[in-house]
Design a protein around this ligand. Sequence first.
Ligand code: FAD
Length: 438
Amino acid sequence: MVIRKQSADPQRRRILQAALAAAMASAVPRQSRAATRTNARIVIVGGGAAGISMAARLLALLDGARITLIDGAQQHIYQPGLTLVAAGTWAPAQVIEPEARWMPRGVEWLQEYAAEIDPVAKAVTTAGGKRVPYDFLVVAPGLELGFDQIAGFDPKLIGSGGLGCVYASPEAALGTYRMIMALAESGGDALLTLPHTPLKCAGAPLKLTFIADDLLRRHGGRSRSRVSFMSPLSSVFGVPSVNTKVLELWNERSIGVAYGHRLKAVDPGRRRAVFATNAGDVEQSYDFLHVVPPMRAPAVVRNSPLPVQSGPLSEGGWLDVDKDNLRHRRFPEIFGCGDINGTPRGKTAATVKKGGFVAAANLAAVVAGREPELKFDGYTSCPMVTSIGRAMLIEFDYEGRLTPTLPGVEPLTESWFAWFLEERMLKPAYFAMLKGWT
Ligand SMILES: Cc1cc2nc3c(=O)[nH]c(=O)nc-3n(C[C@H](O)[C@H](O)[C@H](O)COP(=O)(O)OP(=O)(O)OC[C@H]3O[C@@H](n4cnc5c(N)ncnc54)[C@H](O)[C@@H]3O)c2cc1C
């Protein structure tokens, strides 16, 4: 796909220069203390954005620590890029990296999945039966997509019969793009869903809605199509000001919204989706259905003593961490990082960047015999793509307050620059984070 060429006006040049300067300044390592000498055994479960960046940070903070990272995945997926694959602007290969390339030197990589965590005996057992004792544990296995909670749906169907899901894999993201393009030809009903659970990048289902609308307009199918967003809640995004802005844009673009609709079943043969509502089940036909499944903690955490014990976050098995210092609330030698954390908000790579900095520094403080010293504010961010070539840079904290960090970039204003960030700058920033530089 070819994107409209934009002329480089002086204002755009100034913004670019400011942003690049900010990015370069934040790429400088920010280690303020000398490394602590230790021979502690540190085990990290999970080698995604959180696990790899935590390993890199801990190597810099702790001199002599024996760090073992457990993860059976051979590929590292740059997940924020999946949205661009579904928009037809990136190829799947642009988001796939060999895991080995990013594994920090000095870390022992155990290429297996963790099957059990015993926080009393302080040991992790792998799927292959290997027992790995630890002094300190970092829990970072991300989250699990609960496709099994949608009756009749099989992720293998993504990319056929009008079914899409940007979350499942790079191939699924490409399949999603193909299904949107098929709709652009045929016209028809597009239904885009949201789960009732916490989800990673809560902006992604909304981005896909904007992208589907835009692709239909560009390729001539919009006037023959209806685009509807199906929310199980009474809003489409958890931050009220962002919710209002998105609804305003959708209203202008004739994108409909149905509240209180939770996708519970799909009949792929008849192209029908069943939604649970307060008034009972409602069946709707679709020509394109974007499925965003319920999300939960991976079984290794969900079925351990580690999840949140009560309150709304106790559903789904999320890790019971203190939201401020990211230390486990009952097992003090355990810290959490990334999507697994049972915190009020923050399942983005941007959260890993700032939260990981806090978690690593606090873990290093505990190794050195001090109390955790840093506090995390819940920083979460996502460039909300509103069409191909435009986005809004949304940044907020635990309280849902907008926390813009780039001078001259208004959070609730569509701009080419926010798109440029998403398309060109986030990936290098993500890899700098994996290196522990930012
Ligand atoms: C479509 C999409 C769009 C997104 N857009 C953005 C965006 O614009 N901006 C942004 O900041 N973030 C975005 N994100 C979110 C971001 O990618 C995640 O928040 C981030 O990857 C979380 O890092 P993590 O390490 O917690 O989980 P992951 O990166 O998912 O890594 C988890 C790792 O744990 C491993 N693992 C799982 N189970 C086990 C086990 N039992 N034992 C050992 N290892 C295990 C996995 O193999 C994997 O390597 C997006 C995500 C998606 C899917």
